[in-house]
Design a protein around this ligand. Structure first.
Ligand SMILES: NC(=O)c1ccc[n+]([C@@H]2O[C@H](COP(=O)([O-])OP(=O)(O)OC[C@H]3O[C@@H](n4cnc5c(N)ncnc54)[C@H](OP(=O)(O)O)[C@@H]3O)[C@@H](O)[C@H]2O)c1
Length: 243
C-alpha cells in the first residue's frame, strides 16, 4: 500500500515498539492514532510525534468500540490496525497465580481479539484493510517458567492464522510479527509483574539487543508491499554479535 494513504490505529502506541511504529509511519506520510491507558504518557508521545491520542483499555469492550470509532472519525477512515498492546507475566507452573494468568490473557488475547473484531468489521465493509498482530518469539517456542506468556502469544499466532483465512477473501491482509528481545519497558515490567528484581542491562548488553526501530522498520516494509501480496509472518532477532 502507499503509506501516504494509510490511516493507522496502533494499540499500546504510547511506549516502546508501538511508539516506534507510529513514528516511522508518520514520517512516511501515514495518519496515525495511538492508544493506551496512561493518558499522560499517551498525550506526551502523541504531541511529540504528531499522532492522534485515544485513551483506551483493550480489556474493556466499550473502550475498544469507542477507540476504533474515534480513530475512524479523527483519521477520516481506517485501513491499518497494529494490534500491539500487551505485557508479560511468567512463573513456574506450580507457582502460577491464577488471577495474573487470567489478566495477561485478557490483555494479550481477549483485548487483541476485540480490537481485531471491531476493525475487521470496518475493513470487510470497505473491502480493504491490514491487520498486523504483534506476537513474539515466545509464540514459536515454549520456555521454562514462561507458560503464562507463551500461552497468550501462541494464541495470538493461532488466531492470526484463522483470521488470515477468513479475511483474505475480503481483501484484508492479516500479518504476524514476532519480535525477539527489544529494549523497551517490557522486560522490566515482566520481571516486576512476576515478583522478580528487574535486570539492569549494561550499555554493551543493550547494544546487542533490538530496539523498537527494528520492529518498526519491518512493519513499514510489510505494509508498503503492493496490496497484491503480503508476508504472512516475520520473526525478528538481534544479530547479537559475540564481542
Ligand atoms: N520488548 C520485547 O522484548 C518484546 C518481545 C516480543 C514481543 N513483545 C510484544 O510487543 C508488544 C509491545 O511491547 P513493548 O516491548 O513495546 O512494551 P512496552 O513499552 O511496555 O509497551 C506496552 C504497551 O502496551 C500498552 N498496554 C498494556 N496493557 C494494555 C491494556 N490493557 N490496554 C491498552 N494498552 C495496554 C501499554 O500502555 P498503557 O500501560 O498506557 O496501557 C504500552 O503502550 C507487546 O505485545 C509485547 O508482548 C515485546
Amino acid at each position: 500500500m502507499n503509506l501516504q494513504n494509510a490511516k493507522v490505529l496502533i494499540t499500546g502506541g504510547n511506549s516502546g515498539i508501538g511508539a516506534a511504529v507510529a513514528e516511522i509511519l508518520i514520517a512516511a506520510g501515514a495518519k496515525v492514532a495511538i492508544s493506551g491507558r496512561n493518558l499522560e504518557k499517551l498525550e506526551a508521545v502523541a504531541a511529540k510525534i504528531g499522532a492522534v491520542a485515544i485513551q483506551a483499555d483493550v480489556n474493556n469492550e466499550a473502550d475498544v468500540t469507542n477507540m476504533v470509532q474515534t480513530a475512524v472519525e479523527k483519521l477520516g477512515g481506517l485501513n491499518v490496525l497494529i494490534n500491539n498492546a500487551g505485557y508479560g507475566y511468567m512463573a513456574p507452573l506450580v507457582d502460577i497465580d491464577p488471577k495474573e494468568f487470567e489478566e495477561v490473557w485478557r490483555t494479550n488475547v481477549y483485548g487483541l481479539m476485540l480490537t481485531a473484531q471491531a476493525a475487521s468489521r470496518i475493513f470487510i465493509a470497505q473491502k480493504h484493510g491490514n491487520i498486523v498482530n504483534i506476537a513474539s518469539t515466545a509464540a514459536l517456542n515454549g520456555g521454562a517458567n514462561l507458560s503464562p506468556y507463551n500461552a497468550t502469544k501462541f494464541a495470538v499466532r493461532g488466531m492470526t492464522e484463522a483470521w488470515r483465512g477468513e479475511l483474505r477473501p475480503h481483501n484484508i491482509r492479516v500479518m504476524l510479527v514476532n519480535p525477539s528481545e527489544v529494549m523497551t519497558s517490557f522486560a522490566e515490567n515482566l520481571l516486576s509483574n512476576s515478583g522478580k528484581t528487574p535486570k539492569v542491562y549494561t550499555e554493551n548488553e543493550q547494544a546487542t539487543k533490538l530496539r523498537g526501530e527494528e520492529i518498526a522498520h519491518v512493519i513499514k516494509g510489510l505494509l508498503e508491499m503492493d496490496d497484491r501480496g503480503f508476508v504472512t509472518e516475520a520473526t525478528v532477532f538481534a544479530t547479537n554479535p559475540k564481542v
